[in-house]
Design a protein around this ligand. Sequence first.
Ligand SMILES: [Zn+2]
Length: 208
Amino acid sequence: MTTDRIARRSTLRLVLVLAAVAAVVAVAVLVVPLLLPPGPRPHFQLPVACGERWRLGTYPGHDDYDVDLFPTAGDPWGRPVLASAAGKVTVAGINGSLGGRTPGNPTGPRGRGGGYWVKIDHGGRWETQYLHLLEPPLVEVGQRVAQGEQIGRVGSTGNSGAPHLHYEQRRGWEKVETWFDGAPSGVTTDDREYSVTLTSNNCVDGER
Ligand SMILES: [Zn+2]
């Protein structure tokens, strides 16, 4: 064997070893966290301004645990949407299509899906989602947000009948019952139309 060939062989061996190490690291970093049990539930707050009362409703065909929020007083259009807990923005964009429902044309063409939306990763495999925002979100992917930080404004983009905030909490891949200020909301199945009214205690612009 020429020294050239030996050198080529040892280079190949090194490349294979590095590839194997990279594969093991990728599995450890990407897969293992998904197998770990979720962390404790963050102390979520209502995604709306401190002290405001909002009606949390659902209806048949919505989906279990999905919540639609409507203010009990005042104009819903443009109301601030706040982060329920500190976290990192993982989605800030358009789901489906926007449609044409605006404050000036509330019965304009309906869009598809969630319209302008935001998803926040709170760590421990907990996430929250905020749909049908009026305008492009006020946050960007990768940005850290504090609890109570404004991420958007209430609108009616996507598949939305009237201005409201569609909201979800997820643990791992599953939607779960929404909790606010340490208590379950009571919005669980979508087998009938019902609602609960809560007051926001999202009062402190907390740690990022
Ligand atoms: Zn909804």
